[in-house]
Design a protein around this ligand. Structure first.
Ligand code: APR
Length: 250
């Protein structure tokens, strides 16, 4: 390996580079990890904030396989209400500004959100960890079906005659996309976390895999402070556009 490259790699690991002025040509991969907070200003409720969804509903009544077993109508109603809200909401400045990063970086968005606001903002590489509100799943073979309109009801069946359920990862269920997410985060040069309380696992453990990230940045209006992380205590629609501009001007 030529001396120049060796010298450069040594520099890359030296403190000199562990600040913000790293030439961006070497930082190709940006991975953004989002939670409900990024969609809050689009009018979609978060879960654990005051007046959040888990203050109005019990998780064991609406977000577990057992809840669907015991009272499928209640579960369907919960997601139908949220799907209807989603129909009446749009991506906000935080969703939209993130997309600009694609001009200069390889951008991957890993989201805990079940809304489609990242998709509607024009982002290309989106991985949902907890499912999608506008999809249903067969209770027989797990096949996924798009939901036309805001409502999924008891009696809506898959092609094999099985009841369709919301394609949501409920508490106690596996998170099928976790492995892909971990591999993406391992390759990140910058890892940006937006609007999540980092309460729910395994999703919240993604931060532990950002081992090659030169910068880990958390944007949240009331953040969880963690060592070695840049914390921006601001609303997403204020902080994300500014950060994106900074990264584009690096
Ligand atoms: N801008 C930035 N951050 C915000 C904003 C905002 N406008 N509004 C709220 N927040 C922050 C809150 O401070 C909080 O830290 O967003 C976070 C929302 O946290 P939660 O409600 O716990 O949502 P999230 O972390 O996405 O939940 C994870 O839990 O209930 C399950 O499956 C569900 O995917 C969800 C998972």
């Amino acid at each position: 390996m030529s001396q120049i490259i060796v010298q450069f790699l040594q520099n890359l690991n030296s403190d000199k580079f562990k600040n913000h002025n790293i030439p961006n040509t070497f930082m190709k991969n940006i991975v953004v990890f989002t939670g409900a907070g990024i969609s809050a200003e689009s009018g979609l409720g978060t879960f654990r904030d005051s007046n959040g969804l888990w203050e109005k509903y019990k998780i064991e009544d609406v977000a577990t396989p057992e809840a669907f077993q015991n009272n499928p109508s209640l579960v369907m109603d919960f997601y139908n209400i949220r799907r209807k809200e989603l129909f009446n909401s749009n991506p906000n400045k935080a969703h939209i500004s993130l997309v600009k990063l694609q001009e200069k970086y390889s951008l991957h968005i890993i989201t805990q959100n079940v809304d489609d606001l990242h998709e509607r903002s024009g982002a290309k590489n989106i991985l949902h960890l907890h499912g999608k509100l506008n999809e249903s799943k067969s209770t027989i073979d797990g096949k996924i079906y798009p939901i036309q309109g805001p409502y999924l009801n008891i009696g809506d069946l898959c092609e094999k005659g099985g009841q369709l359920r919301p394609n949501i990862v409920w508490f106690g269920e596996d998170v099928p996309n976790m492995e892909i997410a971990i591999n993406l985060v391992k390759k990140a040069h910058i890892f940006i976390i937006i609007g999540t309380s980092l309460n729910v696992y395994p999703a919240a453990s993604l931060i532990d895999y950002a081992v090659n990230s030169q910068r880990i940045i958390l944007i949240d209006k009331s953040p969880t402070f963690l060592d070695g992380i840049e914390v921006i205590r601001e609303k997403a629609t204020q902080a994300v556009p500014k950060l994106v501009d900074d990264l584009l001007n690096l």
